[in-house]
Design a protein around this ligand. Structure first.
Ligand SMILES: Nc1ncnc2c1ncn2[C@@H]1O[C@H](COP(=O)(O)OP(=O)(O)OP(=O)(O)O)[C@@H](O)[C@H]1O
Ligand SMILES: [Mg+2]
Length: 322
């Protein structure tokens, strides 16, 4: 029991996180009346703030867990891009992996929330592939940095950063360097060659497989996906049903969700890949790393907003649930 509860020592382990970067903008206020202009509520703004989203939230989670993230991604040469860079600095995250693409806008998602309810979300983004010179710079950066890390995460939000070519390059780079490579996928970029483990949620898994499936079918679906790919394992994240780990070699395992009270499930998937990558970076097995990731996700869904988990909270959750 004690051994199961012990956290691998991943302090300072370097994890390269490459993916689509998003700036989250939260606008909070209250509603007292309906607009005279249209049948919509008038939100009187009381507070607004910016937060790191997309792959940057994975980096944030790695930092909170005690690892050393290196974030690689693309922002535009715009106000949101400047805000993004400044937020990284405030969070104590490395900014040297940020590439700026002129003529591209930084993904910005504004959520208007009144009385704890989202009223509307306003997205400003381009999802076109990044330009050729940015793509070439990305490849150079990844080739240079991936081998110097203890694990790599691809955090795909399908906003134009990843292309089949870049994913081939990344998979081959990680395989050559013998670095564990964790992918949070989107079906459009199947098959993510060279991945150590791919972590689709229910919707993504249905997209990868071709149709929705029940939890009882997870093992058969996992085997089918492994047959179509060179992945070492697939880890389905099943929301309140926890996880299902299907390794190429060895038995599949169901991991029950571990949470006392659910407050906000936003960002749980980011916490999963962060903890999973750190576990693998520290040499823990896939199953052990998955169990740790499940416990870390349980901690963040018990918090309000896009949250992170500290090593202390994680150790406590592991002691409580093994
Ligand atoms: N309602 C819940 N109750 C308990 N645990 C949960 C719940 N929702 C999520 N989790 C935990 O978080 C993990 C990831 O959640 P989920 O499968 O919803 O990923 P996701 O859809 O990628 O999340 P997101 O995209 O919002 O970050 C689950 O495997 C589980 O461990
Ligand atoms: Mg997700």
């Amino acid at each position: 029991m004690r051994e199961r509860a012990a956290l691998p020592d991943w302090t300072g382990r370097r994890v390269l996180v490459v993916g689509d970067l998003i700036l989250d903008h939260f606008v909070r206020g209250s509603v007292r009346r309906i607009s005279p202009e249209a049948p919509v509520p008038v939100v009187e703004v009381e507070d607004e703030h910016l937060a790191l989203g997309g792959a940057a939230n994975v980096a944030n989670n790695i930092k909170a867990l005690g690892g050393t993230p290196l974030l690689v991604g693309v922002v535009g040469r715009d106000r949101a891009g400047e805000d993004f860079r400044q937020l990284l600095r405030f969070a104590g995250l490395e900014t040297s992996g940020l590439l700026e693409a002129a003529g591209r806008r930084t993904s910005l998602k504004t959520r208007v929330i009144a009385h704890h309810q989202q009223v509307v979300r306003v997205d400003r983004e381009v999802r076109d592939p990044v330009g050729a010179s940015t793509a070439a710079a990305l490849r150079r950066l990844l080739a240079e940095r991936a081998a110097a890390c203890d694990a790599v995460v691809a955090s795909d939000y399908a906003k134009g950063l990843f292309s089949p070519g870049l994913l081939r390059h990344l998979g081959a780079t990680c395989a050559d360097a013998g670095v564990p490579y964790v992918v949070d996928p989107k079906p459009v970029h199947f098959p993510y060659p060279g991945a150590t483990v791919v972590t689709p949620n229910r919707g993504e898994a249905a997209g990868l497989y071709g149709r929705a499936f029940s939890t009882g079918e997870a093992e058969a679906v996992g085997r089918a996906l492994l047959q179509r790919t060179d992945w070492r394992a697939v880890l389905f994240t099943l929301g309140d049903e926890g996880m299902f780990l299907c390794p190429r070699r060895g038995k599949a395992v169901r991991i029950a969700a571990q949470v006392r009270e659910v407050f906000d499930v936003t960002g749980a998937g980011d916490t999963v890949v962060a903890a999973l990558a750190l576990g693998l970076a520290a040499g823990a097995s896939l199953e052990r790393s998955s169990r740790i990731a499940n416990a870390a996700a349980g901690v963040v869904v018990g918090k309000v907003g896009t949250a992170v988990c500290t090593p202390r909270e994680l150790a406590r959750a592991l002691r409580a649930g093994g």
